[in-house]
Design a binder for this molecule. Structure first.
Ligand code: IMP
Ligand code: MG
Length: 173
């Protein structure tokens, strides 16, 4: 599988950007009651690195959602496989995602979480593919904007694999 990958973002570049994002979030959320919400599975390396670069006291929580539809396209029909086990009512919620593609997943997750009346809700993603957007969703923090490539590594998978790579590359099936 690995011989089908063209490197796109090196480990060093990702780590430098994640540290910058952590510093920015530390400024923006200083003194606030923050819950950082990770969307499993793809977010796990980014989440671990970002939260360790965020020098504040906050709670973490996870959700797992799946967009059915088959293949590499999401349909917008979002099913909750695992819900948050902490309340965000009256608190500042920061949703962390690996990649925003069509926007359908985050659109749904955002509305679901807004119904719980957080004090604020922002979205932070490592990668964004703006040219693929099908529905507007406000993304507050973006690591890297990329072209319309199918990417793997640093949490992103092809067929459930390649999440463990420390870099991001374009996958050519
Ligand atoms: P959206 O609902 O289309 O924005 O889908 C976002 C989800 O699709 C992400 O959380 C990923 O799981 C998956 N996804 C989108 N683009 C890629 C990609 O290039 N590589 C791997 N997974 C992707
Ligand atoms: Mg994902």
């Amino acid at each position: 599988m690995r011989d089908q990958i063209t490197p796109l973002l090196s480990e060093a570049r990702i780590q430098a950007r994640v540290r910058e994002m952590g510093a920015q979030l530390a400024r923006d959320y200083a003194g606030k009651d923050l819950v950082v919400v990770g969307l499993l599975n793809g977010v796990y390396p980014f989440f671990a690195d970002l939260t360790r670069a965020l020098d504040l006291d906050f709670e973490v929580g996870f959700m797992q959602v799946s967009s059915y539809g088959g293949g590499t396209e999401s349909t917008g029909e979002v099913h909750i496989l695992k819900d948050l086990d902490t309340s965000i009512q009256g608190r500042h919620a920061l949703v962390v995602e690996d990649i925003v593609d069509t926007g359908l997943t985050l659109f749904k997750v955002r509305h679901l979480l807004l119904d719980r009346e957080p004090a604020s809700l922002r979205i932070c993603t490592l990668l964004d593919k703006p040219s693929r957007r099908k529905i507007e969703v406000p993304v507050d923090y973006t690591g890297f904007s990329i072209e319309d490539h199918f990417v793997v590594g640093y949490g992103l998978d092809y067929d459930g694999k390649l999440r463990n790579l420390p870099y991001v590359g374009v996958y050519h099936p």
